[in-house]
Structures are given as structure tokens and as C-alpha cells.
Design a protein around this ligand. Structure first.
Ligand SMILES: O=C(O)CCC(=O)C(=O)O
Length: 271
């Protein structure tokens, strides 16, 4: 292991640089993952009626358990090995597939539509149930983070979990893709430009994962003015984003208001 690394082995760091992703990285014991899985399941089955913003995004602004997850020491140690010591959480998105859910994610590169001006952006995808080929785990194309940003076509397919059903306009050699199977409590890290997708859940079990998007403070939003992020480690050296507060309780009125405002502002990115 490199002296400076906090969690990843030097082999894992090289793998991330070469392939654009690395997995599995254990960040929690099963018990802790199941506890967070229960929180997520309760939230998902019965979201508070007071939430007016996007129920899948940025819920770390309105719930304490999600706020803990984005600050989880081991997740941040792995992210620090990629981004360095100053880390902000730009957003979180829930990716949940019910039993036999036809929902899928088409081949896409996140960087194409997020409006961020640099590649100092990494997603930690945390499995809170098993993620398997049968239940629609993510698939990644090794080395595709080095492709230029590809043209995407909006399909607006109702089963596509992406807002516009955007799909890369190029032939994807599926047989070269790597299936990201993981146990609860493990994460994968993926580069903002990696080509990735996922298939429907063909099993009778729920598949739950949380995508946590981390950035360096030097990253800028170039698609709209008022973007915000949460400082989770180190210092914000740049003030490129409005800093978000930490929720002290679940669903406080001020947090709900902020969540509604920032998730509505963000719709600009997904039009
Ligand atoms: O969880 C999935 O199925 C897709 C996740 C994804 O596209 C992402 O995290 O960027």
C-alpha cells in the first residue's frame, strides 16, 4: 500500500486510474449495512408527506442517517485516495429496484449532463442489499472514462431510471462490460465519465443502493448559478458552491425547505 493511501491498496488505485472504477471496497460490517438498509427501506416505503422536493435526491439534507452515510469515515478514506483531502458531497441519488422491477439504466456517462467543469468527481455506490447480476447490478465498460464525452440521445423510456432516458449514441460491446456484484456494506468507486448501465431486477428481492457523488472544492458548476454542496472532509478552498448545513433531526421545516429549493434548482441539469 502507498504510504499516503488511507484505505485503497496501490493496486486498487491503479485499477481506478486504468479502468475508471474499482470494487468491491468494504466500508461497513453487514450489521451496519442492514441498519442503514432498514432506514432506507422505511424511508422508501413511507416517505414523509412533508417532503416537497425530489424524494430520490439529496436526502442527506433532511435525514440524519443519510447525513451520517455521506460522512462515513471509511467511505471518505476511499474517496480521499482518489480526490485528495478536501472533499465535498455534491449530491446523493437512491437507486432502488423492487422485486421484478423492469426499471433499468441505459449506457451513459454522468459527466455529459451534470454541468461540472472537471473530472475531480467520483461516485461511491454503496450496496445496502446484495447487488447481483440477476437483480440488476451496475455494469461498467473498462477504460471508457478516457473516451471523450459521447453524444447521448434522450429516449424518455418510462422504465429507464434516468430522467431523460439518455443513452450513449454508440455501439457498446456488452461482452466487455464488467458486472459490479457486491455485498451489503461494500462500495464501488466510479469516474464521472465511465460508461455504465444496469439491467432490470429479475429476482423476488429488493435491490437497494445509494450513489454518493463526491467532488473536490476546485470543481465548478457551469450550467447554472446557485449550486450547493456539503463539505464532508477538509476545507472548502474555493467557495464555488453554497455550503449546505448538517441536519440535526429528521425532516426539520428549514431542512425540508432547503431540500425543496436545491432539488428544484437542480432540475436545470436534467431537462
Ligand atoms: O444503480 C444503478 O442501477 C445505476 C447507478 C448509476 O447510474 C450511477 O450511480 O451513476
Amino acid at each position: 500500500m502507498l504510504q499516503t493511501n488511507k484505505l485503497l491498496t496501490s493496486k486498487q488505485t491503479q485499477c481506478y486510474e486504468r479502468d475508471g472504477f474499482v470494487f468491491p471496497i468494504k466500508v461497513m460490517e453487514l450489521e451496519e449495512a442492514y441498519d442503514y438498509g432498514n432506514e432506507l427501506n422505511n424511508y422508501w416505503e413511507n416517505p414523509s408527506k412533508s417532503i416537497k422536493g425530489n424524494k430520490l435526491q439529496k436526502i442527506h439534507l433532511i435525514t440524519t442517517w443519510m447525513s451520517e452515510i455521506i460522512r462515513h469515515r471509511k467511505i471518505l478514506d476511499a474517496v480521499e485516495d482518489v480526490l485528495g483531502p478536501n472533499i465535498m458531497c455534491w449530491t446523493t441519488t437512491l437507486f432502488i429496484k423492487k422485486p421484478k422491477d423492469p426499471g433499468f439504466v441505459s449506457w451513459h456517462q454522468d459527466g455529459e449532463y451534470w454541468g461540472l467543469d472537471s473530472h475531480n468527481v467520483v461516485t461511491a455506490w454503496l450496496a445496502l442489499t446484495p447487488a447481483t447480476i440477476k437483480n440488476g447490478c451496475m455494469k461498467m465498460m473498462p477504460g471508457s472514462h478516457k473516451w471523450p464525452e459521447m453524444k447521448h440521445i434522450d429516449t424518455f423510456d418510462g422504465n429507464n431510471l434516468l430522467t431523460r432516458g439518455q443513452v450513449i449514441d454508440r455501439n457498446i460491446e456488452e461482452d466487455k462490460a464488467v458486472e459490479i456484484e457486491m455485498h451489503p456494506g461494500q462500495i464501488s468507486l466510479h469516474h464521472v465519465n465511465i460508461a455504465h448501465s444496469s439491467s432490470p431486477n429479475t429476482t423476488n428481492q429488493l435491490r437497494m443502493g445509494i450513489a454518493i457523488r463526491y467532488i473536490c472544492p476546485t470543481v465548478k458548476q457551469i450550467k447554472y448559478d446557485k449550486d450547493s454542496a456539503t463539505l464532508v472532509r477538509g476545507v472548502d478552498t474555493e467557495s464555488n458552491f453554497d455550503l449546505e448545513p448538517t441536519p440535526k433531526s429528521n425532516y426539520s421545516p428549514s431542512a425540508l425547505k432547503l431540500h425543496e429549493r436545491v432539488t428544484n434548482n437542480r432540475k436545470t441539469l436534467f431537462k
